[in-house]
Design a protein around this ligand. Structure first.
Ligand code: KET
Length: 497
């Protein structure tokens, strides 16, 4: 392992070492997230392969396929020439995949799968973070419908491939949206932005870029965090460790624990930060706390990787929700930013997002972009056109932009009103416990504090679906379903301690 050249700097491209430092270094048993492929690691013969980062494994598979002398190729040729040889293994058993174990459902998206199977008319899905109307229906924003109409009517539009980096207008406007129009980093051309497959794709591309080009491959993620974070980063080739974030006793931020854990992280380590509306806890640092986090991280040269999946959903204001990020850009330091338009523009299934890397100079940003293209091209070649065109249409027209902010504010306000209604409903029922966190928490979710038994009870008896950690999506609730949920919570906490 070589020393970092200077604080926050991204190193120039270099070939990957054959033995990755992450594997050699090992991980802290309590905080590590284990091997990239737990199922493979369980098979003794596959242990060596499992320890390799996925990119290396993919590369060696490719080499095996391409080399003319590879045993696999010669066996296949011999078999086709001489039919008396052993048959292919496919013919000896009903399936070459017969040994595959049933995989578990995703902890979040699997809740919807179970919900869809439930025939009960009173069922409520509070699992996935997806906005619903007061009538419980999915919603397409009016401004999105209008942008789509405009796109369809414009007959000069074609369906050619986008560049590897995506739609140029979309990238520029996305950087402006999160960093601010007057951002020094944008004005100095220090930002490399690439359109990616929503927030998840942006995190994954950023993770792979860091695994290839950054000297420190440990990423610290909050405890708890969005369940996909450790998987995305581990498969990208990073080692995920956690830092303390939430204190169940106070149902608030464990600020002391956070500072201690980041203080003891190795210099240069990557730190995943939720830009606003932390998922699943709904607990964000105050601006003063953000400032302390910034000072600590910059003093230790920790590299910030922001995940912004809820800009506008926390406060109802796009600018307010970007304040944490803008503090880190204002100090001139470097960072990564993964943006999603799934929630704030309701474009979930269109998979629209962006990865921006704020660099030390315009020169470095050009090189960084060139390397991001090399990550993306073999992964999915180039991103989809439709969703990014919708976003660009809205962001570049000031009247449409204003219309969007009003619709966004209305969604945020409806969620806040659901918080008040649920809190009041529990108060009226005199449900044991302090439920004030329901109105204090921010964004799409309430981290209720219900345990997994209580969650299972509410699913069984009341057909209310939520993730097993007790997270409920407030956006899935309506005035009609609040009393049902309050009854269920009341019964769960009085029957099951
Ligand atoms: N980051 C966070 C913090 C996050 O909550 C999500 C999605 C994403 C990124 C990715 O969103 P994308 O659709 O890729 O832009 N969270 C919700 C949906 C999901 O789990 O996929 C959720 O927590 O319910």
């Amino acid at each position: 392992r070589t020393q970092r050249p200077h604080a926050g700097a991204l190193r120039s491209p270099r070939p990957r070492p054959s033995i990755p430092p992450t594997a050699a270094r090992g991980t802290h048993p309590r905080r590590s997230y284990g091997p990239a492929h737990p199922s493979r690691a369980a098979m003794p013969t596959a242990n060596v392969r499992a320890a390799q980062p996925s990119a290396d494994r993919r590369l060696s598979t490719l080499v095996r396929h391409l080399l003319p002398s590879s045993p696999r190729t010669s066996a296949a040729t011999a078999t086709s020439a001489d039919s008396s040889l052993q048959p292919f293994p496919t013919m000896a058993s009903p399936s070459v995949f017969a040994g595959i174990a049933q995989g578990p459902e995703d902890p979040i998206l699997g809740v919807t799968v179970a919900y869809n199977k439930d025939p009960s008319p009173v069922k409520v899905n509070l699992g996935v973070g997806a906005y619903r109307t007061e009538e419980g229906k999915p919603m397409v924003l009016n401004v999105v419908r209008r942008a789509e109409q405009m796109l369809i009517q414009n007959e000069s539009r074609v369906k050619e491939y986008l560049p590897i980096t995506g739609l140029a207008d979309f990238n520029k406007l996305s950087a402006k949206l999160i960093f601010g129009a007057d951002s020094p980093a944008i004005q100095e051309n220090r930002v490399a932005t690439v359109q990616c497959l929503s927030g998840t794709g942006s995190l994954r591309v950023g993770g792979e870029f860091l695994a290839r080009h950054y000297h420190e491959r440990t990423i610290y993620i909050p405890q708890p965090t969005w369940g996909n974070h450790p998987k995305v980063f581990t498969l990208a080739g990073l080692t995920a460790r956690s830092y303390r974030y939430y204190d169940p006793a106070t149902r608030g931020l464990d600020f002391q624990g956070l500072l201690e854990d980041l203080s003891s992280a190795p210099s240069g380590a990557i730190v995943l930060l939720h830009a606003c509306a932390h998922n699943p806890t709904g607990v964000d640092p105050t601006l003063e706390q953000w400032e302390q986090i910034r000072q600590l991280m910059r003093s230790k040269a920790l590299l910030p990787f922001f995940d912004s999946a809820y800009q506008g959903f926390a406060s109802g204001s796009l600018d307010k929700d970007a304040q944490s990020v803008r503090m880190f850009v204002a100090d001139g330091g470097e960072l990564l930013m993964a943006q999603s338009y799934a929630k704030n523009m309701g474009l979930y299934g269109e998979r629209v997002g962006a990865l921006s890397i704020v660099c030390g100079s315009a020169d470095i940003a050009v090189k960084v972009e060139s390397q991001l293209k090399l990550v993306i091209r073999p992964m999915y070649s180039n991103p989809p056109l439709h969703g990014a065109s919708i976003v660009a249409t809205i962001l570049k027209d000031s009247a449409m932009f204003d219309e969007w902010t009003l619709e966004l504010k209305a969604m945020a306000d409806r969620i806040i009103s659901m918080r008040e209604q649920l809190f009041n409903a529990l108060k009226i029922r005199e449900t044991p416990g302090d439920w004030s966190h329901i109105i204090k928490q921010i964004g799409m979710f309430t981290f209720t504090g219900l345990n997994s038994d209580q969650v299972a009870f509410m699913r069984q008896e009341y057909h209310i679906y939520m993730t097993s950690d007790g997270r409920i999506s407030m956006a899935g609730l309506s005035s009609r379903t609040v009393p049902h949920l309050a009854d269920a919570i009341h019964a769960a906490v009085t029957k099951l301690k």
